[in-house]
Every structure is written in structure tokens, then in C-alpha cells.
Design a protein around this ligand. Structure first.
Ligand code: SAM
Ligand code: SF4
Length: 439
């Protein structure tokens, strides 16, 4: 049996897609290799969101050349966003790559592997308006057997001016809710206790079927009812679509986790307009207030970009101010990276010097570090229900899990078992972790 080894870079969506890829190939008679040593094909599922993500993949492809020299016949394929963005060009620039396959045509992978087996090159990069892989049961790769991703929609058409995703992942489309609920139920029956529903903008989920249209709040309600012991998370929500009806559904189900990832991108209205985010700082703060009204214990996390086109010191200070007001529990913080083909690349000069972007980013990182530590200090003395995930990386004597707010909690092992819920009292913390003991 020929074997494929899958390496995944980038967002959660890519990790979920790699599980679909494994399922498609297994169905076609290929094995999934545990390591590079016994692989006939290396498939690299890639991210194109920032230039450094692409450079990492190119570096990896070049590194694999040594292995190919030793093992004639080892083929490399590039999947996902870089394959879609660069298409044939990628095989010219990295000439040890045999094929590229975009995110909407993974069903054609068995045919592609067949085509390149004798040394030819091939590309499949068509985007689809309907493909959701709804009928494919993902092969859970590197799973802890406790939490799993469920992809509920694909694509994005928000066209934020800096972002390449609408070009690499195509039009937005939602998956049949019955297949989503079915997948959640199967996971629960197999012992999983947490699912994360994934999409680029989950709150614009909308599926029109025989029984009418199902939106994201209704879908969340359906998944939450699979079992009260199944935790439900989701990512990512766009602030412009975060509705009160979603917050109501969340508040009414204790098993929907108290954590909302709400990417803000900038704290300046001028920048938000230039980014085409379609909301203002005032709207965003109103949504944060609504979250806290419905669920006072909800954690809020974000994404932010430093040094977007034309960003002034005043705009940057506005971002820092917004961070001080919202007091995020966690933030993914990035320097702006110009992407070919986006509106910003075509119409707006990338005019902030790299050193200045770095300074601004570092200021945001430092501020967020202080806020996260202060937030965690407030947790000392509180008790949480923690879903136990496994051994702490630092010590076999301790376990770790997460609370509903998605904060990592490390505690004494005692008799706790992975996959179960235990109550833990927090008695210390760092900026990233809560430390506690079983109650
Ligand atoms: N769809 C989600 C959203 O709108 O929030 C996330 C999309 S993207 C995979 C994740 C994050 O990458 C974005 O929220 C943004 O902060 C960042 N990002 C996207 N394009 C970028 C760029 N050109 N340069 C730097 N960061 C970027
Ligand atoms: Fe990119 Fe904006 Fe779509 Fe998110 S909502 S994927 S940032 S275009």
C-alpha cells in the first residue's frame, strides 16, 4: 500500500481540511504514514495569509530535497491556500514539487497522485461554489480523542482589503446542518467531549433546506443539544455580524463555551474603513458590552494588525486604547504583510517601514501581556469546571485542561482522567496559564 504523509501549516481550518484529505485518500486505498520515513507522498497543507507563512513552507520544501535525493520516487504535493494562490508558478519556482491542489478539489487527490506517480507534474486549482465535503467523515489526525474540529462553512467574501482569503478559498458556502449535527453526535459517542465549529465567518452561516433556513444561532442550538456533556466552541466570528440572538442562544446553553474570538484588527475608525471591516470602534465596543451583558464570565480574544497602509501614530495609539478598554484574555498580533492581488496591494501603498511596524507590534504585545496577567490574577480563588486533556508538558505529576473560557489550567494529577470534567480551584497564574488544584 502506498502511503501519504500530511504536514499542516496555518489556521484551524487547514487542520480540519487535512483530516478530509486523509479520509479521501484512505477511501481510495492509500495509507496515512506516521512519519516521513515510510511515506511515498508528502502533502503539505499551506497558508498564504502572510508572507512569512509562505516562506516557512518554501523553506520546508527545499529541506525535503535532501530526502528526495536519497529516496527516488518520493513526491511532494502542495495543498491549500498557497497552491490556490500560486498555482503552476509554485511548481516552477520550487521544482521538486510534483503537484498543487487547491482547497476545493481534494476529492481529485487520488487521481492527482496517480498522475504524478511516474514523474509527471499536475495541478488542480478550481474553486467551487458548492463543495463543503459534507459527506466525508474526517480521519482524526493527531487527535487527543477529546476535542475535534467540525468545518461548517467554507470560503469568505468579506474582502477585507488586506486579506488574501477570498482569493484562495472562494465564495462563502454553508454545509447541511444535519450532517454537522450527525458528525458532532458520532464524535460524542466515540468519547469526544468538545467540538469547535469552524468557518472564516461563522456568524454568516446560512443553509437553506427543505425545512427552511438555518442560521448560525439555530445551528449552535442544534449542536448544543447533542448532549449537555459535549462542549461547543466556534471560530471565527466577524464583529459586524455578532447578533444578540447568537448571544441569547449561547447564554441559554451552559455547554456552549464562554469564549468569543472577535478579531478587531484596529482601534481606529479611519483604519477600519481602509480595511473595509464594515464596523466602527463604537459598534465593536457595543458588541463587547452585549457579550458581557449576556455572559458576564465570557472571555474575549482578538486578532490585530500593526502598521497597515497609512496607519499614523494616532491610529496606533487608538489600538492601544481599545486594548485597554476591552481587556482581552488573548490576542493574535501581526505586522501587516502586503498580499499580491488584494485591494490594498493594488490601491494602497505599504508605507509603514518594517522597523516601525515592529515597534508598534511590540508595544501591542507588551500591553496585551500585562492585561492577560492582570486578568489571570483576578481568577485566583475562583473555581472552574475543567475538561481534562492530558499531562502537563512540564511535569508528569500534573495534568492540564481548559475551562469554558478556553484558558489552560494546570493542576495536580491525583485521580483525574483525560476526557473527564473536574472542578479545579485556581491558586496561582502566569500570563498564559492558570495553576490550581482539584476540588
Ligand atoms: N476570518 C477571520 C477574520 O476575519 O477574523 C480570520 C482570517 S485570517 C486567517 C486570521 C487573521 O490574520 C486575521 O484576523 C488578520 O488579523 C490576519 N491577517 C489577514 N491578512 C493579513 C495580512 N495581509 N497581514 C497581516 N495579518 C493579516
Ligand atoms: Fe479575510 Fe476579512 Fe474574510 Fe476574515 S473576514 S477571512 S480577514 S476577508
Amino acid at each position: 500500500m502506498e502511503k501519504v504523509y500530511i504536514e499542516t501549516y496555518g489556521c484551524q481550518m487547514n487542520f480540519a481540511d487535512s483530516e478530509v484529505v486523509a479520509a479521501v485518500l484512505r477511501e481510495a486505498g492509500y495509507g496515512v504514514a506516521e512519519g516521513l520515513e515510510d511515506a511515498d507522498y508528502v502533502l503539505i497543507n499551506t497558508c498564504a495569509i502572510r508572507d512569512n507563512a509562505e516562506q516557512r513552507v518554501r523553506h520546508r520544501v527545499r529541506e525535503l530535497r535532501a530526502l528526495q535525493n536519497r529516496r527516488q520516487g518520493l513526491r511532494i504535493g502542495i495543498l491549500g491556500c498557497m497552491a490556490e494562490r500560486l498555482q503552476q508558478r509554485l511548481m516552477t519556482e520550487e521544482d521538486n514539487v510534483s503537484f498543487v491542489c487547491g482547497p476545493d478539489v481534494y476529492r481529485r487527490l487520488p487521481a492527482l497522485l496517480g498522475e504524478v506517480a511516474d514523474g509527471r507534474k499536475a495541478a488542480e486549482v478550481e474553486l467551487s461554489t458548492t463543495e463543503t465535503y459534507a459527506d466525508i467523515e474526517p480521519v482524526r489526525l493527531a487527535s487527543n480523542g477529546i476535542s475535534a474540529y467540525i468545518s461548517i462553512m467554507r470560503g469568505c467574501q468579506n474582502y477585507c482589503t488586506y486579506c488574501v482569503v477570498p482569493y484562495t478559498r472562494g465564495r462563502e458556502r454553508s454545509r447541511d446542518p444535519q450532517t454537522i449535527v450527525g458528525e458532532a453526535r458520532t464524535l460524542f459517542e466515540r468519547g469526544y467531549r468538545e467540538v469547535t465549529l469552524l468557518g472564516q465567518n461563522v456568524n454568516s452561516y446560512s443553509f437553506a433546506g427543505a425545512a427552511g433556513t438555518v442560521g448560525f444561532p439555530e445551528l449552535m442550538d442544534m449542536v448544543a443539544k447533542v448532549d449537555p456533556r459535549l462542549r461547543v466552541r466556534f471560530a471565527t466570528s466577524h464583529p459586524k455580524d455578532l447578533s444578540d440572538s447568537l448571544l441569547e442562544v449561547m447564554a441559554s446553553h451552559p455547554n456552549i463555551c464562554r469564549c468569543i474570538h472577535l478579531p478587531v484588527q484596529s482601534g481606529s475608525n479611519r483604519m477600519l474603513k481602509a480595511m473595509n471591516r464594515k464596523y466602527t470602534v463604537e459598534w465593536y465596543l457595543d458588541r463587547v458590552e452585549a457579550i458581557r451583558r449576556y455572559m458576564p464570565d465570557c472571555s474575549i480574544t482578538t486578532d490585530v494588525i500593526a502598521g497597515f497602509c497609512g496607519e499614523t501614530e494616532e491610529d496606533h495609539q487608538a489600538t492601544l486604547d481599545l486594548f485597554r478598554r476591552v481587556r482581552y484574555d488573548y490576542a493574535y498580533m501581526f505586522k501587516y504583510s502586503e498580499r499580491e492581488g488584494t485591494y490594498a496591494q493594488r490601491h494602497m501603498p505599504d508605507d509603514i517601514a518594517d522597523a516601525e511596524k515592529t515597534r508598534r507590534l511590540n508595544e501591542i504585545i507588551a500591553l496585551q501581556g500585562e492585561i492577560a496577567l492582570e486578568n489571570n490574577r483576578q481568577e485566583v480563588g475562583r473555581e472552574y469546571e475543567v475538561l481534562v486533556e492530558g499531562e502537563s508538558h512540564r511535569s508528569k505529576e500534573r495534568l492540564f485542561g481548559r475551562n469554558s473560557q478556553n484558558k489552560v489550567v494546570v493542576f495536580d494529577r491525583a485521580d483525574a482522567q483525560p476526557g473527564t470534567y473536574r472542578r479545579v480551584r485556581v491558586d496561582d497564574c502566569t500570563a498564559a496559564t492558570l495553576l490550581g488544584r482539584l476540588v
